[in-house]
Ligand binder design. Structure first.
Ligand code: CP
Length: 301
């Protein structure tokens, strides 16, 4: 595969190869000299049509640690605002001899569309409500690092499943590695077809926490909701919000994850997000090594 569009396209051994390669890169970036020359002759464009903090900075750092040349593009402030199309924008960037495109876009399928029209490698940095493959890979890497393995673990994905690309990529990634997955949230935020993917479905957050080894908590994606949100944020935090006390009260410790950005006081209280249960900042740290692995492996193809 010359591109990384989604976890759905990967085999279990592809995932293990990426995670094993990421382990090696994590050792590298913890050394005093953090850079390797692996992508010295490669130019990468980070093309972001949607806002991002973690993914954009993490890809840029990963590319710089691999010694690639990097150009960054944000739709805001660009000629997209004058009506230029996605394909014209990318082809103009590629005319400047770019080898790889890392793209975030609000339309599901936009990276797949690019793979059909350009020769450069394409990496999906999140496409609408579809997939966010590198987030799922860094989440699995973080579970493996914390618990030793993903296989056999119970992972509850809690929150706005309907509008989340992180949920879908995580479901594929975790199941391919032999984990059990539950999605938990209000009925209005869980798509009806989700059971067909072989996940458990729950609506009781305390039961989900008692069941799982890992709780991956998602944000309510107000920006993607076409209709008036139900329940309200206040109702959501009342019935689905997770506090440190709820985690402390469990019979056994669980790992708390969140892809960010957190809406503090909605899906997580601050004391939960900042507690010893949380590996949220480890996820961010691991994102750089995982993205180095993805870019390095694609450049070999
Ligand atoms: N987790 C994640 O994709 O965060 P950003 O939107 O800040 O990139």
């Amino acid at each position: 595969v010359r591109h990384l569009v989604g976890i759905k396209d990967l085999t279990e051994s592809d995932i293990q190869l990426i995670l094993d390669t990421a382990s090696q890169f994590k050792e590298v970036i913890n050394r005093p000299i953090k850079k390797v020359p692996s992508l010295r002759d490669v130019t990468i464009a980070n093309v972001f049509f949607e806002n991002s903090t973690r993914t954009r900075l993490s890809f840029e750092l990963a590319e710089k640690r691999l010694s690639a040349d990097v150009v960054n593009f944000s739709a805001s402030g660009s000629s997209v605002k004058k009506g230029e199309t996605l394909l014209d924008t990318v082809n103009n960037i590629l005319a400047m001899k770019v080898d790889m495109v890392v793209m975030r876009h609000s339309s599901p399928g936009a990276p797949h569309y690019l793979t059909k029209h350009i020769k450069a490698n394409v990496v999906n940095a999140g496409d609408g409500t579809h997939e966010h493959p590198t987030q799922a890979l860094l989440d699995s890497f973080s579970i493996r690092e914390k618990l030793g393995d993903v296989a056999g673990k119970r992972v509850a994905i809690i929150g706005d499943i309907t509008h989340s690309r992180v949920a879908l990529s995580n479901i594929f990634c975790l199941q391919k590695q032999g984990a059990e997955v539950m999605v938990c949230g209000p009925k209005t935020l869980i798509p009806k077809h989700i059971e067909a993917l072989g996940v458990k479905v729950g609506h009781d957050v305390r039961a989900a926490l008692a069941w799982c080894d890992v709780a991956n908590v998602l944000r309510i994606q107000l920006e993607r909701q076409q209709i008036k949100y139900f329940p309200s944020l206040r109702e959501y935090s009342l019935y689905f919000g997770i506090s440190k006390q709820m985690l402390d009260d469990l019979d056994r410790p669980i790992v708390l994850m969140h892809p960010g950005p957190i809406n503090r006081g909605v899906e997580l209280t601050s004391d939960a997000a900042d507690s010893s249960h949380s590996i949220i900042l480890d996820q961010v740290e691991n994102g750089v090594a995982v993205r180095m692995a993805v870019l390095y492996l694609l450049a070999q193809l």
